[in-house]
Design a protein around this ligand. Sequence first.
Ligand SMILES: OC[C@@H]1[C@@H](O)[C@H](O)[C@@H](O)c2nc(-c3ccccc3)cn21
Length: 606
Amino acid sequence: AAPLYRDASAPVEARVRDLLGRMTLREKAAQMAQIERTVASPRALTELGAGSVLNAGGSAPRDRASPADWAAMVDGMQRHALASRLGVPILYGTDAVHGHNNVYGATVFPHNVGIGATRDTELARRIGEATALEVRATGIHWTFAPCVAVCRDPRWGRCYESYSEDPEIVRSMTTIVSGLQGQPPADHPHGYPFLASVRENVLACAKHFVGDGGTDKGVNEGNAICSYEDLEAIHMTPYPDCIAQGVATVMASYSKWNGEPLHSSRYLLTDVLKGKLGFKGFVISDWEGIDRLCEPQQPRGSDYRYCIAQSVNAGMDMIMIPHRFEKFLEDIVFLVETGEIPMSRIDDAVERILRVKFISGVFEHPFSDQSLLDTVGCKEHRLLAREAVCKSLVLLKNGKDQKAPFLPLAKNAKRILVAGTHADDIGYQCGGWTIAWHGDSGKITLGTSILEAVQESMGVQTEVVYEKCPTEATIENGDFSYAVVVVGEVPYAEWTGDRTDLGIPFNGSELITRVASKIPTLVIVISGRPLVIESQVLEKIEALVAAWLPGSECTGITDCLFGDHDFIGTLPVTWYRSVDQLPINAGDANYDPLFPVGYGLKMFQS
Ligand SMILES: OC[C@@H]1[C@@H](O)[C@H](O)[C@@H](O)c2nc(-c3ccccc3)cn21
């Protein structure tokens, strides 16, 4: 008879115990390893039995790989895994953090800060559903999302991955977990990982536990200096909601709390997350997160055994190694054999990993489902992304006086100017974590730029003049009814986005002033965070819209500009006056921002 763990009708915990009981120490240790796709060899998967594979941001089967290419890659790895002694399938994980953003042609949704601006929790869930389908279409089981950071300082290079500085807004947006994984039944056991359908849902990952958005001065991977009460009230708030929805995995933060690295915090990973909050899925490290526990890091992870022992004993269940798999195996087996890591800790970690694998359905359905391929970038998902863009926009100024609103723009104007570095750049409007890890400029994937959306919106009698950097002659003699100037930040990710100078890049303020001095001007800011807008610049322009990082479907912007839809977005983060104010958050004493959290105008008085 087939071994119990292969019996899909057996209770999950019985299958876990049965399989665990058959595994050698090396096989258990291998299940705790997540390796990068470029080192996921037949030896690693079949002989050594690695538990999981990921692709780093931008690591793809080939340039502009098709969904079928991705699915073939993952299925190939799975076949090797199933050929291992006990045939334990892998879980393949990727950063699908605003759609399936590594995949050319996938729908790219607004980054989290824009979704926070919508305050639309049902929209967040629907985005999760659509993203799950596109991820499953490529054979992938698991996304390292949602990031539920509560970003308290916009100098942080990852603030756009945070829904808001307000923990309550972030908590409300965790509905994306139910979108990604499916909605657990009312009687679902608390803290237990959940997946509704192996065909249409993916495992989620609440990250980065805990306090990633609260580091001193917003330094990426820095140190959150605060009381436990503040850590709990501000940064931990979204986790109980993710856990209540059966989130399958949690990723530990690179950052520290009062000097203690999260990756080796037994108190936070075990006593709080697994104990107090009752989390029963598994905790994964960040990329080389345990290597960072050994300072100096050179040679990288200088005392790797020390790193492994500190982290695993603190409660880390899976290690995103991602390259030195065999070194990891050697070291962790040595540490157990010498009693440094108790076998009970290994068994607890592997139990959690196997539990997630059994509830994910990957034992019964290890391979991709080709019938889903057409969902990648499909019309329905692009319409959903367009709706999200429209709802994410925040109208910060509309007319130099209330009685003369500037928006909606006239569709039948004779001649208009579209200008700025971000008017016609799909890469810029998508931001980081898109195709390439840090993102890029240009036509990096399929989508509609703001210029294209404007051109498609105007009547035939309107001439749309586009100049990225308009000349004085154009501005002086253009005879334009109005100008749309689109400026903002270039894409960035993680520490490449850490910035203390938060003015509009490329001399954006100077461009705005040149145009607005002669032509009635709407400014659209494409950015992962509020940027400094000097008062004399703000006075000169007729209207100002914060568009955040809207993604591939910028028709959602013209849907508002021309009045088909009203603006509903409100600020999820404080729009500060100057960097000297930072950090500045709603609730602070003497809170005196340019625009407060919650601010957002409408065109049509409701
Ligand atoms: O992509 C996997 C994870 C992602 O889920 C985390 O949110 C993020 O902190 C992260 N940084 C790296 C990473 C960091 C340095 C070099 C190479 C990769 C990898 N990752």
